[in-house]
Ligand binder design. Structure first.
Ligand SMILES: [Fe+2]
Length: 246
């Protein structure tokens, strides 16, 4: 059955294909709250396109980053309710949920210790590092999250410039971190380094979740293409992908 599905997916990119996952867990679709969509019209347009592509559930994850996007949990939940009402208005029947993509800063540590994080699924917490500066204290923070019952997911591990070696990724996984790669990395959307690292992480079987990380229309096009990329079905051969259990 699974092999048949893989065969079915190995064809030209124009043909209709079946998605291997139908739940997305990383996007920026709450308007004007981070560097994602700017208004409700864009949100609705992108959500509709994802639905047409076959997605059944979207967990959108606005940034919480003290110095750039100082969003509170309440501000996110309030705007999420507005977006949900808009979906009803346009008769769009999709399961939209909300959490956050936390930036690894002092504020994140405060929120962890207050047990005040926006989670989804099995108490999952999505977070990211700076792309350029290697963070300190990762092991302690991951340990604290696990100790408090959270299941931390590192967003797009392939994109951090300071992780180059596959051993770096094994070390992070050994801490108990889960990995979410951005599918568009496979087609070089973020450059060569992210593409190469994504391939290595996939081949090593270290991927737990796949994300779109959609911020705007241009990401939707790239994501749609990435779903037809020859490596897309291979991710599922080599990794235990948990998106559809969310
Ligand atoms: Fe993101």
């Amino acid at each position: 059955m699974f092999n048949k599905l893989i065969e079915k997916l190995s064809f030209s990119s124009d043909e209709k294909f079946d998605l291997l996952h139908t739940i997305d867990l990383h996007s920026h679709l709450i308007p004007a709250i981070d560097d994602g969509v700017k208004n409700l019209k864009q949100s609705i347009s992108i959500i509709k396109q994802l639905q047409e592509m076959g997605f059944k559930k979207i967990i959108t994850t606005p940034n919480i980053m003290r110095h750039r996007f100082p969003n509170s949990k309440n501000a996110i939940l309030y705007r999420y309710e507005i977006l949900k009402k808009e979906l009803i208005k346009y008769n769009i029947n999709i399961d939209l949920q909300v959490a956050s993509e936390y930036y690894y800063d002092e504020h994140f540590l405060e929120l962890i210790n207050k047990k005040d994080l926006l989670t989804f699924g099995d108490n999952y917490v999505l977070f990211e590092f700076s792309f350029h500066v290697k963070p300190i204290g990762i092991a302690q923070v991951v340990f604290r999250l696990l100790e408090l019952g959270y299941n931390p997911i590192l967003a797009h591990p392939e994109r951090y410039l300071f992780f180059n070696d596959i051993d770096d990724y094994y070390a992070l996984k050994d801490l108990g971190l889960l990995f979410q790669i951005n599918l568009v990395s496979l087609q070089g959307f973020y450059g060569k380094k992210a593409k190469k690292s994504a391939e290595e992480i996939i081949n090593a079987g270290l991927v737990d979740f796949i994300g779109s990380d959609i911020h705007s229309e241009k990401y939707v096009d790239a994501f749609n293409k990435a779903l037809k990329h020859k490596l897309y079905p291979k991710i599922f051969e080599k990794n235990y992908i948990k998106n559809d259990f969310l």
